[in-house]
Design a protein. Structure first.
Length: 140
C-alpha cells in the first residue's frame, strides 16, 4: 500500500471515529474539535500517533474530572455502583488494550500502529462520553 493510500485510510478512520457519536458538529466535545484541528499538523504516521496519544491523555483527564463531578452528585448507593462500574471498566480497558496490542499493533506496517493508537483513544473517549451522558441524565 503506498503512502497516499495509507494516509487517506488513516485520516478517514480518525475523521469517522471522531464524528460518529456527534449528530451536530457544532456540539462536538472540545477535545474532538481539538483533534480535528490538530490531526493535520503532521500527516506522518508518527505525527498522527503523537496527536492521538495527546488526545487520549486529554480524554483520560476529562474522564477523571467528570467521574469526580458525577460522584459528588450521587447518593451513597449510586456512588458505590458507579465506583464498581468504573473499576470494572478499567479492568476491561486494560484487557482490551492487550487485545489491541496483540491483534492490531502487532501486524506489519505503520498503519496498524496508528489504528491501534486510535482504538485505545476511542476506548477512553467512549467511556468519558458515557459518564457525561450519565451526568446529563441526572439533571433531567
Amino acid at each position: 500500500m503506498n503512502i497516499l493510500k495509507i494516509t487517506t485510510v488513516a485520516l478517514a478512520f480518525f475523521t469517522f471515529s471522531c464524528i460518529t457519536n456527534a449528530e451536530d458538529t457544532t456540539h462536538q466535545h472540545p477535545i474532538d474539535v481539538w483533534l480535528d484541528a490538530h490531526m493535520s499538523d503532521d500527516y506522518s504516521t508518527a505525527g498522527m500517533r503523537k496527536t492521538t496519544v495527546e488526545v487520549q491523555e486529554m480524554w483520560d483527564k476529562e474522564m477523571n474530572v467528570v467521574y469526580r463531578r458525577l460522584m459528588s452528585k450521587l447518593s451513597p448507593n449510586q456512588r458505590a455502583i458507579l465506583r464498581e462500574s468504573q473499576r470494572n471498566w478499567i479492568k476491561f480497558s486494560d484487557s482490551e488494550g492487550k487485545v489491541i496490542l496483540e491483534i492490531i499493533a502487532a501486524q506489519e506496517g505503520t498503519i496498524h500502529q496508528l489504528m491501534a493508537t486510535g482504538y485505545g483513544m476511542n476506548l477512553v473517549r467512549e467511556r468519558t462520553l458515557k459518564l457525561i451522558a450519565y451526568e446529563k441524565n441526572l439533571a433531567n
